[in-house]
Design a protein around this ligand. Structure first.
Ligand SMILES: C[S@@+](CC[C@H](N)C(=O)[O-])C[C@H]1O[C@@H](n2cnc3c(N)ncnc32)[C@H](O)[C@@H]1O
Length: 293
């Protein structure tokens, strides 16, 4: 811990704005740690699927769970389920409850999150695997369902993730995921600055920038069929921004001053991107066909 109250991981994260380095996603989540003061609920890192407009903070714990149960619902029951990018594992007991898998495997590139989530992974009877979504260390056709909650924009290549998900799924297997697509590219300097800073701050490459149509095309190119997609930014991004804005305005000493200032600057940028219509939130389900062709 430095004198400013920041951890060494926070400082490394700040430095990565200038120099990205290897494994940028793990750097970001090492920095965020286990007690992220802006999380909607303890251990949960998703933005939630809201019914309200985000001004009632008591809805936040329900919203994060609603998002995960909505994504887990299409998974086949009683099979092997792979959760890709499982965060702090808060979602895994819920995925296990909904899909009743005979085996749940949680794959995450951030080892510290798998360690921190050990108790929740045990509760979900899940096997933790430290690895990359674009090189899934599982055998061909060994999985019945792949779920990925709000993580695919981090993967070095969505196309490679989809082809890996397709490879490990058995015929008839299901992919269910959420993602953050762009709706258009920045046109003004403020939009460009906000977009580039957000990419850097979240350890993302420009490969993360894709429209919902491009994401659907990549899923189809990997071989998936029966792709169904839903854009729900109004129920995810808008209320999550309202929640975080309120938390930052009300919360005084929950985080070091430097972190609160950085969070305010980041929030203003995401608010701008959302207000100007550059972002959305995608729910997507697709099936690996039972037979080729
Ligand atoms: C925004 S967090 C979402 C976490 C969790 N799904 C949730 O919603 O609470 C993104 C997660 O993806 C993981 N991740 C990022 N890149 C990855 C990769 N290439 N392979 C596997 N996991 C990755 C991160 O470590 C992190 O756990």
């Amino acid at each position: 811990m430095t004198r400013s109250g920041l951890t060494r991981q926070n400082v490394r994260h700040a430095a990565s704005l200038l120099w990205q380095g290897r494994n940028p996603a793990a750097r970001v989540y090492d920095s965020i740690g286990t007690e992220f003061f802006l999380a909607l609920d303890e251990g949960w890192l998703n933005l939630g699927l809201w019914e309200g407009d985000g001004t009632d903070p008591s809805e936040a714990p329900r919203a994060v769970r609603r998002l995960v149960s909505t994504l887990a619902e299409p998974l086949p029951r009683g099979g092997v389920v792979l959760d890709v990018g499982n965060g702090l594992a808060a979602q895994d007991p819920l995925i296990a409850e909904v899909a009743q898998p005979k085996r749940l495997v949680a794959l995450n590139i951030t080892e510290s999150q798998l360690r921190a989530g050990r108790g929740r992974l045990a509760e979900a009877h899940a096997l933790a695997v430290n690895g990359d979504a674009t090189r899934i260390p599982l055998r061909d056709q060994s999985v019945d369902g792949v779920i990925s909650v709000e993580a695919a924009f981090h993967f070095p290549s969505r196309a490679r993730f989809f082809s890996e998900a397709f490879r490990v799924l058995r015929p008839g297997g299901v992919l269910s995921m959420s993602d953050v697509p762009v709706t258009r590219l920045p046109r003004r300097p403020g939009e460009l600055l906000a977009g580039l800073t957000q990419l850097r701050a979240w350890g993302l490459s420009t490969a993360a920038v894709a429209t919902a149509g491009q994401i659907v095309d990549a899923v189809t190119t990997a071989g998936f069929r029966e792709v169904s997609e839903r854009l729900v930014g109004e129920r995810v991004i808008a209320p999550a921004l309202a929640f975080v804005r309120r938390r930052l305005d009300i919360g005084r000493d929950e985080a070091p001053m430097a972190m609160r200032l950085a969070s305010r600057a980041m929030l203003s940028q995401v608010e701008l991107l959302w207000r100007r219509g550059l972002l959305d939130y995608l729910l997507l389900t697709a099936i690996k066909p039972k037979s080729a062709g």
